[in-house]
Design a protein around this ligand. Sequence first.
Ligand code: 5GP
Length: 183
Amino acid sequence: MNPASKSLKSHLKVLLRRAAIQKRVVAVARQISRDFRGERVHLIGVLKGACIFLSDLIREIDLDTSIDFMAVASYGKGKQSSGQVRLYKDLDTSIEGLNVILVEDILDTGLTLSYLCRVLQQRKPKALRIAALLDKPSRRVQNIKADYVGFTIPNEFVVGYGLDYDEHYRNLKDVCVLTLPAE
Ligand code: 5GP
């Protein structure tokens, strides 16, 4: 490990281990497979944070599936949300008449998902569901709930398994709490 990556890891505390995450992802995928038995589901990943969750989730879903992505930004560079959601990348194809599952890394204030749900509902999907790996209900400002939740977590800033801090840590296999020296 070089000195830079050592210091990157020194402020991390494991919150959810890889094995526990894998187990929950399988359980969520089974639930989705049951709920949409015999139908196709169209997974929409919210870039970039949801890419790893979506990759693991889709391989455990026992249905006909398809994928698309949207990219939004609400956090900018630091740990604080700007409170404003901007759409950077829209879908490649229409979702009219499809069973859409919006796949997100974490449901925090709810601003991002309420914005995306508003945008997607206007496009007339057959069904629109939310799958969030993590849920921080204590931070909610918008009245929105995920249909499928991996883990409910306390109000901590977490990284790993796709979640970043200034683009670092997405490759961690565990979900970890990040504390910076000034805190
Ligand atoms: P919301 O709009 O619900 O406040 O936030 C959703 C987005 O904020 C997530 O997709 C994620 O990018 C970011 N976010 C919220 N909480 C955390 C966190 O604890 N860690 C990281 N890395 N990102 C977070």
